[in-house]
Write a protein that binds this ligand. Structure first.
Ligand code: NAP
Length: 251
């Protein structure tokens, strides 16, 4: 019987692969057998070294995803340097915090452009290639704020709710054509993205007290879910946003 989680001979794009959840996903996919295009604005040298140490190929693809200008080049460079494209992980994302009454247009546009606009156009560009071949897996990184409102992060909530919606829309269009589009909603994961929350003693305690698993998540906690959704084990899963949150949403 074949291992339905095996990703040998697959090529995966991971955006924001230099650190945090993106790096952990890249390493988990590589450990399952995939070659990695590590996409981002900060070169992912450390990730690439670690992927190669696992015996897989890895390339750095420089791209600032605050605009969609680099999108087509990301797909082309991946195809040229790794010879295919089977998996897209849309992980790169930012957050801006301020009271809604004071929230600026700049903080609105920056987050929506990176977290939502570039995600859609990367899905489109990768999707065109995958649809032409009749197979592919796309995993978008959503958030608990795809389900909940949050506070003081209006553009982030709008972007991540949008990501969950787009994931369903694309699944509706592409599921019958061999392309799976799903998402992962990480809970509270200790990365740069949540440094301000971790540093705030009161918020840190409140968060931990509410998590049934009674701890912050680690970036590595997300890797297995990404391997699952990128593998043939998930062939009949479409349009789903999978919470990996230590039980937060169950509370
Ligand atoms: P992180 O450590 O801040 O990593 C964010 C990644 O996105 C970095 O690689 C960053 O690259 C990249 N990125 C940001 N803006 C970019 C741009 N314009 N172009 C290219 N790459 C860009 O945060 P993280 O926690 O790992 O976040 C990864 C994803 O998970 C994000 O979508 C985030 O919203 C989501 N998420 C995180 C949590 C959490 O608790 N940590 C919870 C739910 C969802 P640079 O290093 O160059 O900035």
């Amino acid at each position: 019987m074949t291992n339905c989680f095996d990703l040998s001979s697959k090529v995966a794009i991971v955006t924001g692969a230099n650190t945090g959840i993106g790096q952990a996903i890249a390493l988990a996919l590589a450990a399952a057998g995939a070659d990695i295009a590590a996409v981002g604005r900060t070169p992912a040298d450390d990730t690439v070294d670690k992927v190669r140490a696992l015996g897989r190929k890895a390339v750095i693809v420089s791209a600032d995803l605050s605009s969609i200008e680099p999108v087509q080049g990301v797909i082309e460079k991946t195809l040229e340097s790794l010879g295919g494209l089977d998996i897209l992980i849309n992980n790169a994302g930012i957050i801006r915090r301020a009271d809604s009454v004071d929230f600026t247009e700049a903080d609105w546009d920056a987050v929506i452009d990176t977290n939502l606009k570039s995600v859609f156009f990367l899905c489109q560009a990768a999707g065109r290639h995958m649809l032409a071949r009749g197979s592919g897996k796309i995993v978008n990184i959503a958030s608990l704020l795809s389900f909940q409102g949050g506070i003081r992060v209006p553009s982030y909530t709008a972007s991540k709710s949008g990501v969950a919606g787009l994931t369903k829309l694309l699944a509706n269009e592409w599921a019958a054509r061999g392309v799976n589009v799903n998402a992962i909603a990480p809970g509270y994961i200790a990365t740069n993205n949540t440094a301000a929350l971790q540093a705030d003693e009161t918020r840190n305690r409140q968060i931990q007290e509410r998590i049934p698993a009674a701890r912050w998540g680690e970036a590595g906690d997300i890797g297995g879910a990404a391997v699952f959704l990128a593998s043939s084990a998930a062939n009949y899963i479409h349009g789903h946003t999978l919470a990996v949150d230590g039980g937060w949403l169950a509370r």
